[in-house]
Design a protein around this ligand. Structure first.
Ligand code: ADP
Length: 176
């Protein structure tokens, strides 16, 4: 929990355990599962999730698609596809920001009060964590400043070190 914006929280743990209205999946363009957080979400949600994903015809980088959460505590999963880091000159920053915006738009359309994000693109897609964190915090903060829904956004970090990056980015944003 940070004291800067009560609508943004930083949590350390496994996103598949969160009873948020929606959790966001860092998927790939096929939407047919993968490693990392994607694999964990599919394992926890059960095979019905993959069956629904098969009907979606994939997803473009920077875009997002919504499914039910099946056996997850979360009601919905929002699958977004982050950019693969290629040095920063291939529009990665704008594509990553778009992942956060599109996910929040879908969450708002379903009236989700709480949404949890993993650190999109910072695993096998190799986006530098400090830069990805700035984009995550800046984009979410801008979105919720003009939208009442979602009420609460949780940045779910797999480890304490990542959580500290989020806390620092939130402080910087607040001008502290
Ligand atoms: P990408 O392909 O977008 O890089 P990854 O799944 O490889 O996605 O990694 C994204 C981030 O999710 C990484 O920072 C990784 O540590 C984190 N992560 C992996 N599993 C989980 C989980 N179960 N809950 C929350 N975060 C996770």
């Amino acid at each position: 929990m940070n004291e800067i914006d009560p609508r943004i929280r930083v949590h350390v743990g496994d996103i598949t355990k969160l009873a948020a209205d929606a959790i966001v999946n860092a998927a790939n363009t096929s939407l047919l599962g993968g490693g990392g957080v994607d694999g964990a979400i599919h394992r926890a949600a059960g095979p019905e999730l993959l069956a629904e994903c098969r009907t979606l015809n994939g997803c473009k980088v920077g875009d997002a698609k919504l499914t039910k959460g099946y056996r997850l505590p979360a009601r919905y999963v929002i699958h977004t596809v982050g950019p693969v880091w290629q040095g920063g000159g291939k529009g990665e920053a704008e594509l990553l920001a778009s992942c956060y915006r599109r996910s929040l738009e879908l969450a708002a359309a379903k009236d989700c009060r709480t949404v949890a994000f993993p650190a999109i693109s910072t695993g096998v897609y190799r986006y530098p964590k400090d830069q990805a964190t700035q984009i995550a915090v800046g984009t979410v903060s801008a979105f919720i400043s003009h939208d009442a829904v979602p009420e609460t956004v949780i940045f779910c970090c797999f480890d304490q070190q990542t959580a500290e990056l989020y806390q620092q980015a939130l402080l910087r944003l607040a001008g502290a």
